[in-house]
Ligand binder design. Structure first.
Ligand SMILES: Nc1ncnc2c1ncn2[C@@H]1O[C@H](COP(=O)(O)OP(=O)(O)OP(=O)(O)O)[C@@H](O)[C@H]1O
Ligand SMILES: [Mg+2]
Length: 241
């Protein structure tokens, strides 16, 4: 049984249809990416899974979203977090007036006891030492790259089985992109599956085990890391070769 199974998802914004019969899976331990041009429906898909589509003015008309055998369609993010799904948004990543430490503590709000919270904070700081150096600083004063690290760190506080990330590299310098992508590999090695929307096609395909290519509200192609990197259409259209 896949960890996550999305079947025939149809999403609309008012009268406009954004997704047509999108089906995808994420297996335990996998890194799966969604790529494709602007407006193709990647964010709509990840928002539907992550329970924030309604906030964005969207509606699931049809389809199922099954996580560990349970239908989670329409569940709120706080319910999803308890089930093991964390979401790193493409905007509003951190609480700007709170310190780095307070942001991390917020992420671990359901942990019982300070020791458990401290243990997770130590793990996050081991992954992102920069956050340790900045722990007393207000999150709003961090660079965009550091804020992204904090958003990812916070999302790890409850040890998710599935981490959803929309556009992790947006606004980041190449150095930060490298750091963050190598941390995704580490997070994945720790047992967390990842579903990532990424604009940087080459980086996304290099990172993933499998990927889905979106075109105009539907999935045009899917394949393994190798299939997609070696596909002629992808190489010419998306990798500019
Ligand atoms: N809040 C909204 N209201 C109306 N239409 C929306 C809204 N959000 C997205 N859409 C429309 O839904 C379609 C899919 O958009 P979506 O944001 O899912 O694409 P995307 O693949 O994430 O694109 P991008 O790469 O630009 O982030 C587009 O036609 C878009 O204009
Ligand atoms: Mg998007």
């Amino acid at each position: 049984m896949p960890l996550l199974e999305v079947t025939n998802l149809n999403v609309t914004y008012g009268v406009q249809r954004a997704l047509n019969d999108v089906s995808l899976t994420v297996n335990e331990g996998e890194i799966v990416v969604m790529i494709g041009p602007n407006g193709a429906g990647k964010s709509s898909t990840i928002k539907a899974v992550g329970g924030i589509l309604a906030h964005a003015g969207g509606r699931i008309e049809n389809g199922d979203i099954i996580f560990r055998g349970k239908n989670i369609k329409g569940r709120r993010t706080d319910e999803l977090v308890k089930l093991g799904i964390s979401f790193v948004h493409d905007t509003h990543r951190v609480f700007p007036s709170m310190t780095v430490l307070e942001n991390l503590e917020m992420g671990g709000y359901t942990l019982s006891g300070n020791a458990a919270v401290q243990r997770k904070i130590d793990e996050v700081i081991a992954l992102f030492p920069r956050l340790g150096e900045r722990k007393k600083q207000a999150a709003g004063t961090l660079s965009i790259g550091e804020q992204q690290m904090l958003a990812i760190g916070r999302s790890l506080m409850l040890t998710p089985a599935l981490l959803l990330v929309d556009e992790p590299s947006i606004g980041l310098s190449p150095n930060f992109v490298e750091t963050i992508f190598s941390r995704f590999v580490e997070i994945n090695r720790g047992g967390t599956a990842l579903l990532i929307v990424e604009q940087n096609t080459r980086k996304a395909l290099e990172l993933c085990h499998r990927g889905y290519v979106f075109e105009i509200g539907r999935i045009a192609m899917e394949g393994t890391h190798h299939d997609l990197l070696e596909n002629r259409h992808i190489r010419s259209i998306y990798l500019g070769e």
